[in-house]
Structure formats: C-alpha cells, structure tokens
Ligand binder design. Structure first.
Ligand code: RIB
Length: 304
C-alpha cells in the first residue's frame, strides 16, 4: 500500500531578523542578525515528514524568481517529489518577514505565487491525491483550493490532516470533512470562539471539534505540551523542557511528523510522542527548514 504523503500548501522564503524589541507602528529599531531560510507552512511540513524518512510530494506554486528556484532546490535536496509544483511567470515567490524576540516570532506573509494555486490545478491532480495515503493542508493557499483538495481526498477515502494556520473561522461542513486537525491555542480560539490559554481550556475545546465531525483533534500548547482525544478519553502529554532559540516552524514540524507517523501505521500516542520530539528539536535551532530534525536526531534525543 502507498505510504505517500501529499502536502498541498505554501512555500515562502523567510526573511528573518532577530531583535531585542519588536517595533511599534512608526518606530525603527536596530535588530541583530539577519538570515534567509526556506519556509512556508506547507513546505515546512513536507520537509519535516521527508527528513523522518517519509515519501512526500509537494503541491504548490512559486514565482519565476531566485527565491522560487532556491525553494524548489531545497525540496529536491530533501528528497521531496516536486513534479506537481508550478512555477508562475511574472509573480513573486511567497515571502515571510519574520522578527524573532526572545525566541518568539511575529510573521507577515506576502503570499505571492501561493495565491495562484487554483481549484483547477488541484482538480487536475485527482489521480495523485487518490493514490496517496494522507493529504496535509494549511491555510496559506486559497481556501477554495484547500476545499477542492479535501473534496478529492474524501471522494477517494484518503485521510485529511488540516493544520488550520493562519486560522480562519471554519464552516460546519468544512470541519465535518477533517480527519485530523492540529490547531495551536490561538487558532483553536478563532475556530471555536472559546478561550484556550491553558491545558484545561484546551481539553474543554476538544468536544467542539468532535461534535462537528472531526475524528482526531490534537491541540498544541507550546511549552505546555499537547492535548488530544483517544477513544472517549482526552489526554495531555507534556513536552521536554529545553532552551528555546526560535519557535518558527515548531507547529509545522509537529504536523509533518504526525502525518509521517500516522502514515507509518503508528497509533496516536506514539505518533504524538514522535511529533513532540520533532517540535522540541525544532525550537532549539534558528530558522524554519534550517531547524527541522532528521530521524537520526530523534534517535540521539531518545538515547540521551
Ligand atoms: O509556520 C512558520 C512559517 O510561517 C514560516 O516558515 C513562514 O514562511 C510562514 O509561512
């Protein structure tokens, strides 16, 4: 049986500045170091799964510029199938302007070519989605395109994993088609309308999703760990305590690792154990894809 993971989503070049202070409106501040790093929630999730050993195909769009070339090259270097990536003429590749203060980020995304990933492009890829074992989507591409990808996956009984970032309010119909959802606290608040700033609140939010038809809910709470449902139970798992250098892509690496582990047939507990370690290792390094661990890093971490 195929174990192919399809990620339909965004690719961005991240322009990252570390700063002691996030500027207020109208203010200029002096930051410290600058780096460019391959990013985009979709591509980050694809690379996270591939570095663990997953067979990954990325569906998305870049522009016909140097960033687009670099991002495709980086996916190829991570053994990701890019046959269905589109290079859009005359359009900029997506970029993200990221400031990091004390390890925490603020991000502005200019979607560029990501906004050109169309319903028609997805319709043409029905056979590709049909032959996969999981579809992973996020919301840095047009929502109509996400819906089309999900519609095709559902038609062919391919499980759908949604990382609802950046968050938008979701219809009941949309939620009813999701198999697995991985919101963080703020995304959970936007979707449910509930306050979610503690483990207990996150536990209380899970029934909202279940009643709408989502089968597997996994709420990520940063350093407070993860809350998820299993059978009729709601479980909290802590994450290891580490020194946080940069949280960028932690949610993405968690989602990519979860997709990989579920594809490998692991149960939800061990899938979350793996995803927790992957997320933890991600925050210990700078950048998005520059910080994503390989399976050998997971083995080393577990043996420590
Ligand atoms: O989740 C982190 C990602 O969000 C960054 O890589 C940036 O590109 C934005 O998409």
């Amino acid at each position: 049986m195929s174990k192919r993971i399809i990620v339909a989503g965004s690719l961005n070049m991240d322009l990252v500045v570390h700063t002691p202070k996030v500027p207020a409106l109208g203010e200029t501040v002096l930051g410290t170091e600058f780096m460019t790093a391959p990013g985009g929630k979709g591509a980050n999730q694809a690379v996270a799964a591939a570095r663990l050993g997953g067979d990954v195909k990325m569906i998305g769009c870049v522009g016909d510029d140097i960033f687009g070339k670099d991002l495709i090259g980086n996916l190829l270097a991570n053994n990701i199938n890019v046959e269905d990536l589109n290079v859009i003429e005359g359009v900029s590749t997506g970029i993200a302007v990221i400031t990091i203060k004390d390890g925490n980020n603020s991000i502005i995304v200019s979607p560029g070519a990501n906004s050109k990933l169309s319903v028609e492009m997805l319709s043409d890829l029905e056979e590709v989605i049909k032959e996969s074992s999981i579809l992973v989507v996020q919301f840095e591409i047009p929502l109509g395109t996400v819906c089309k990808a999900i519609e095709i996956a559902k038609k062919h009984h391919v499980p759908v994993l949604v990382n609802p970032a950046p968050a938008v309010k979701l219809s009941d119909e949309f939620l009813s088609n999701i198999d697995i959802i991985t919101p963080n606290e703020s995304e959970c608040e936007i979707i449910t309308g509930l306050t979610v700033d503690s483990i207990e609140h996150a536990k209380a939010a899970i029934p909202y999703f279940i009643h709408k038809g989502v089968k597997q809910v996994v709420i990520t709470l940063g350093s407070k760990g993860v809350v998820y449902n299993k059978g009729g139970e709601i479980i909290h798992k802590p994450v290891p305590e580490v020194k946080v250098i940069d949280t960028t892509a932690a949610g993405d690496s968690f989602t990519g690792a979860l997709a990989y582990a579920l594809c490998e047939g692991e149960d939800i507990d061990s899938a979350i154990d793996l995803a927790n370690i992957v997320g933890t290792l991600t925050v210990m390094k700078k950048g998005a894809q520059t910080s994503l661990p390989y399976m050998s890093d997971i083995v080393d971490f577990r043996n420590k």
